[in-house]
Design a protein around this ligand. Structure first.
Ligand SMILES: [Zn+2]
Length: 89
């Protein structure tokens, strides 16, 4: 089985290292912040990668594709009232 690898910034990363992907650009107000306006991709270690909006969408698409390859659990009975969130698929 091939590990799904994506590239974030200049780093190739297996998708299973990702814990979450930010929905909004980072803002913390720190004057020396290097990641203002970037999207945070949280890793399973105490670390994050940072990417722009397009990169973030690529990550989300890759994650969705990857998760879609797994056997879906049968707890998907909730009504899908968040269809506007599917437009990046
Ligand atoms: Zn910051």
């Amino acid at each position: 089985m091939i590990s799904p690898i994506i590239k974030i910034d200049d780093k190739h990363l297996p998708l299973y290292r990702i814990v979450w992907v930010s929905d909004v650009p980072h803002f913390c107000g720190e004057p020396d912040c290097m990641h203002e306006g970037d999207y945070e991709v949280r890793l399973d270690v105490d670390d994050s990668l940072w990417t722009n909006g397009q990169g973030r969408n690529e990550v989300l698409k890759s994650l969705a594709r990857w998760c879609g390859d797994l056997k879906p659990e049968d707890d998907d009975n909730e009504t899908d009232n968040e269809s506007d969130k599917d437009d990046w698929l």
